[in-house]
Design a protein around this ligand. Structure first.
Ligand code: AMP
Ligand code: GLY
Length: 425
């Protein structure tokens, strides 16, 4: 089979490594992939958002199956275009991807179907939004409706901050049309959990739970990033909470999307907060999380291609999806300065024995097949072990063996989860 994976980050590298385990895979293409992915797939220099070029590559190269991993091409309708060209895909079509593409759509869906989430109001007029936040308690959360590179959310501690965020989104339009509508919502508290779930539009199979580390600095300080590390499973997500989420969030969401005529097929990401009043949805994503995919797929024991095909074919109910009982950790090595300005083009010293545990993100090929940094998040260094403590320790040991000049990583990935686990014992 010829398989094409659209995207070029650490998440796509994790997907590709897993797909490669299937012996039926003959050619594996990554569009555009990256310098590290080039070790495991044939990278084709086509951007994920260049829909015409992606479709014509797929048709011209007899691609049998496509996996569309990033949010942008999904929201733009790449899956619809590929399916029109006769190529089966893993990933939601445009109508279903709206669950991430429009936060207003997602919030209204939850309201209509009684799915627990933060209370909210929607605004399309700046003045009304500015006046509204004068009346609400702080902190308050301001969200852009549309995609914003993961940066469209502000948790505002003061009125000035809230109004500043509203002006930036609605007046300055820092994220363009994504700020045409904004959501002002109640600020919730509690541990955050990411649950990725396979769904074929009817059956929903949650994967092992995980925890992202979104802030750039130790102790969850500094600005939000795409994610500085992840662990799985998430110790705050007990079997009782999992059952509650299945009954009040996962199944109702999948049914709601079907009832709306937008059946969701692919990986549906539930960003949850475990509040004192029970689990609440913070956000939906229409795809695997990054870096959650790196830890979750490291623990997947079933064949990924088989599960993905079952999702596409509506046969998930009959397909076993098994996870290891072990724990996984992923530490992101970034270029220092990220998520602000950072340097690129530094040579990466990545010894072969650790390379097999590394998922490449901001990496390109340099001279003589050397690896060179080309993005903010450069590498995700992973480990699987019997305990979470051991997985975290091994991931950090591996990271110590990797070098590039401006390398930066958090030193406390998994620390809170390990402490919570060990406090229980
Ligand atoms: P998002 O871009 O939707 O993932 O949001 C980024 C982060 O903002 C989340 O991971 C939470 O930490 C935080 N956040 C979003 N919504 C809320 C909320 N209603 N209450 C508290 N924190 C929130
Ligand atoms: N790690 C969060 C995300 O992928 O959106």
């Amino acid at each position: 089979m010829n398989i094409m994976v659209v995207g070029g980050g650490g998440r796509e590298h994790a997907i590709i490594k897993k797909l490669k385990e299937n012996k039926r895979v003959k050619n594996l293409y990554a569009l555009p992939g990256n310098g590290g992915i080039a070790h495991d797939a044939t990278c084709i220099n086509i951007e994920a958002t260049d829909l015409d070029a992606v479709v014509s590559f797929a048709v011209g190269n007899d691609v049998d199956y496509a996996v569309v991993a990033p949010d942008n091409p999904l929201v733009m309708g790449l899956v619809d275009r590929l399916e029109e060209a006769g190529i089966p895909c893993f990933g939601p079509n445009r109508a279903a991807a709206a669950i991430e593409g429009s936060k207003v759509f997602a919030k209204n869906l939850m309201k209509k179907y009684g799915i627990p989430t933060a209370d909210f109001r929607v605004f399309d007029q700046l003045q009304q939004a500015l006046e509204y936040v004068e009346q609400v308690p702080m902190p308050v959360v301001i969200k852009a409706d549309g995609l914003a590179y993961g940066k469209g959310v502000t948790v505002a501690g003061t009125l000035e901050e809230a109004q500043g965020a509203l002006r930036a989104l609605m007046e300055t339009r820092v994220f363009g049309e994504s700020g045409a509508q904004v959501i002002v919502e109640e600020c919730l508290t509690g541990p955050e959990v990411s649950v990725l779930a396979f769904t074929d539009g009817e059956t929903v199979v949650p994967m092992i739970s995980s925890m992202d580390h979104k802030r750039v600095g130790d102790g969850d300080t500094g600005p939000n990033t795409g994610g500085m590390g992840a662990i799985a499973p998430n110790p705050f997500y007990t079997p009782e909470i999992a059952q509650q989420c299945m009954d009040t969030i996962f199944r109702p969401t999948v049914q709601a999307m079907a009832e709306e005529g937008r059946p969701f097929r692919g990986c549906l990401y539930f960003g949850l907060m475990l509040t004192p009043d029970g689990p609440r949805v913070i956000e939906y994503n229409c795809r695997f999380g990054d870096p959650e995919a790196q830890v979750v797929l490291s623990l997947l024991e079933s064949d990924l291609l088989t599960v993905m095909r079952a999702v596409t074919d509506g046969k998930l109910a009959k397909t076993p999806v098994r996870f290891s009982k072990k724990s996984a950790a992923c530490v992101v090595m970034a270029a220092s300065g990220y998520p602000g300005k950072y340097v690129s083009g530094e040579v990466i010293d990545l010894p072969a024995p650790v390379a097999e545990h590394v998922f490449a993100a901001g990496v390109r090929l340099g001279e003589g097949a050397s690896l060179v940094t080309s993005g903010g998040r450069v590498l995700g260094v992973c480990a699987v072990a019997d305990t979470l403590r051991a997985a975290v320790a091994t991931a950090y040991e591996r990271a110590q063996e990797i070098h590039f000049d401006s390398a930066y990583m958090r030193t406390d990935i998994g620390a809170r989860a390990v402490a919570a686990l060990e406090a229980e014992q």
